[in-house]
Design a protein around this ligand. Structure first.
Ligand SMILES: NC(=O)c1ccc[n+]([C@@H]2O[C@H](COP(=O)([O-])OP(=O)(O)OC[C@H]3O[C@@H](n4cnc5c(N)ncnc54)[C@H](OP(=O)(O)O)[C@@H]3O)[C@@H](O)[C@H]2O)c1
Length: 280
């Protein structure tokens, strides 16, 4: 399938690692020009070098910036559009809020989560709109989480900020439909990226080796229909499709990519092994 992404200009926020890097990889492989942004300059440089190796004709650049600095983020969008002469695809990935249930957090924690996750997404989208309109074609994609689709009690800050991103994206989609710009939200389940690997290492017994960490990762992934974690490229593939010409009738959607974690439902240990007629 020709995705029609050749020579399109894509800006990928949070593109030096994990899901953002996987999306940047797919777009570069499709022949798009890709500008990635993230904070750590070394990791950024390494990602740019990798993307340049696999790019199919497109130019790859990287900019070190903190997406919570709204002025810096707006400047980045302007610089990319000026440097490449246009902007067509914007993908917003980036930071995650802290994990924990609703009563653990103070008002300041809720405010910080909004500053960290929601405002950067809104700011980047608004900054990009004029350029997408000028191009007469655009794809805005937000990386949210499965928490945007269903409540997960220990991930309240993720759920709150991602639900807000969904409504923002849907509002944009409604306004922008006639302009040829589509707006979509990705809702990944658990993906094997560096933060998940670090979490598994923390959960594994101290001093235990790689096999204990792999066992933890496998246990985290087990609770889905497919019974494993997602690979970042599996999210990147869906994002590349949504960014493509072929997804021209897809807008305002929330795209759950969770390996069927949602259809399996929560872990109900008390039901395991009980007779079918015990609960009616
Ligand atoms: N992995 C999962 O299982 C999963 C599932 C659902 C949703 N998500 C969401 O997907 C997004 C990406 O997660 P990931 O697992 O791919 O994480 P990751 O591998 O740590 O990638 C995060 C990327 O965003 C950049 N970033 C983070 N904060 C930033 C900031 N303030 N300014 C600029 N760049 C920033 C990071 O680079 P620097 O740190 O150098 O800035 C990195 O490039 C997060 O919002 C996460 O909550 C992840």
């Amino acid at each position: 399938m020709d995705l029609g992404l050749e020579n399109k200009v894509a800006l990928v926020a949070g593109g030096s690692s994990g899901i953002g890097l996987a999306v940047a990889t797919e777009l570069a492989r499709e022949g798009a020009h890709v500008a990635i942004g993230a904070r750590d300059p070394q990791r950024l440089q390494a990602a740019v070098a990798n993307l340049q190796q696999l790019a199919r004709g497109g130019r790859i650049t990287g900019t070190s910036l903190d997406l919570t600095d709204t002025d810096a983020a707006r400047r980045w969008v302007e610089e990319v559009a000026a440097d490449y002469g246009a902007l067509h695809v914007v993908l917003v990935s980036g930071s995650s809020p802290p994990i924990g249930p609703a009563t653990r957090f103070t008002l300041a924690d809720y405010q910080a989560a909004v500053e960290r996750v929601l405002y950067p997404a809104i700011n980047l989208a608004l900054a990009a709109l004029g350029h997408l309109r000028a191009a007469g074609w655009g794809r805005l994609l937000f990386v949210a989480s499965e928490t945007a689709v269903q409540p997960i009690a220990p991930l309240v800050l993720s759920g709150m900020t991602r639900a807000a991103i969904v409504r923002f994206a849907q509002g944009l989609a409604a306004d922008l439909g006639p302009t040829g710009i589509t707006v979509n939200v990705l809702a990944p389940g658990t993906v094997r990226t560096p933060p998940i690997e670090r979490a598994a290492a923390r959960l594994a017994d101290s001093g235990s080796g790689d096999s204990a960490i792999e066992a933890r990762l496998a246990a985290i992934g087990a609770h889905s229909a497919l019974g494993r974690l997602a690979r970042p490229d599996e999210i990147g593939a869906v994002a590349a499709f949504l960014a493509s010409e072929r997804a021209s009738f897809v807008t305002g959607g929330v795209h759950l990519v969770d390996g069927g974690a949602g259809v399996v439902g929560p872990e109900l240990a008390h039901l395991t092994g009980t007779a079918p007629d015990t609960f009616t």
